[in-house]
Write a new protein. Structure first.
Length: 253
């Protein structure tokens, strides 16, 4: 780890989260002291945790409350009545499932198993203006970061491709992962300060599809598949902006 260029985003993220051993932390700190680009990468990975926590608190506050164990046990109230055993088993199972499995329904609302776009939407729902507002990278550094991140999915994306003057201001890129597949996130702010992200992942067998406007986690979103990759553009509630920007990026990328 003595060469700063070998330090990965995963190591920097672990460093930010306090999850590296003392010796590794010392190595990273020495590298940070010597390498301005490495410090810029660390800054790009540092999220403003206050707005994220505020967003999480808001999500939890608006979520339905699970039943108590007493309410679950009340499903047994009919157990002495003959001929009601099938109903009783169903009621008990449903009540206990609400208690035990409540956590998974807060973000995804039950139903089919969530896919990568559902996770992207839930993560982005925690973003606020201040999550991205302080990012102001020099063009050369932004280009280098974008080249490094886009190489993770084997698809070259250059900064001019993302330009959408007076509509979206590009802020940063980062590498994420979903079920072993690299997932990149390209983040923007609109002219009124709304965070928008474009996420791209190598296709897992999905057919090519045209841009489709939808809504996820209360936000405008557009999804499409092209050239062996799947895409989602999401953020805010301006359907027109999302539709126009998605059409632009579907043509360019």
């Amino acid at each position: 780890m003595s060469d700063p260029r070998t330090i990965s985003d995963e190591e920097l993220t672990a460093y930010l989260d306090g999850e590296v051993e003392p010796a590794a932390r010392a190595e990273i700190e020495r590298a940070l002291a010597q390498d301005a680009q490495l410090r810029a990468r660390l800054d790009a990975l540092s999220l403003d945790k206050a707005p994220l926590q505020e967003g999480l608190d808001a999500l939890l506050a608006s979520a339905p409350q699970p039943p108590s164990w007493e309410e679950a046990e009340a499903a047994f109230a009919e157990q002495e009545r003959p001929g009601r055993y099938g109903w009783r088993r169903t009621a008990v199972a449903a009540a206990l499932a609400l208690v035990i499995g409540f956590g998974g329904g807060v973000l995804f609302g039950g139903g089919s198993e969530p896919g990568w776009q559902d996770y992207v939407a839930s993560y982005h729902a925690l973003y606020s203006n201040s999550t991205l507002a302080y990012f102001d990278q020099p063009e050369a550094l932004a280009e280098a970061e974008l080249a490094r991140v886009s190489s993770a999915i084997g698809k070259s994306i250059e900064l001019p491709v993302l330009a959408y003057p007076e509509q979206l201001d590009y802020k940063r890129a980062q590498i994420l992962s979903f079920e072993g597949r690299p997932l990149i996130q390209l983040a923007f702010l609109t002219e009124v300060g709304t965070p928008i992200v474009l996420c791209i992942i190598p296709s897992n067998g999905a057919d090519e599809s045209a841009v489709r406007l939808t809504e996820m986690e209360g936000m405008s979103a557009a999804v499409w598949s092209k050239g062996g990759y799947e895409f989602i553009l999401i953020g805010g509630q301006d359907d027109t902006l999302i539709a126009e920007a998605a059409a632009l990026y579907a043509e360019r990328i």
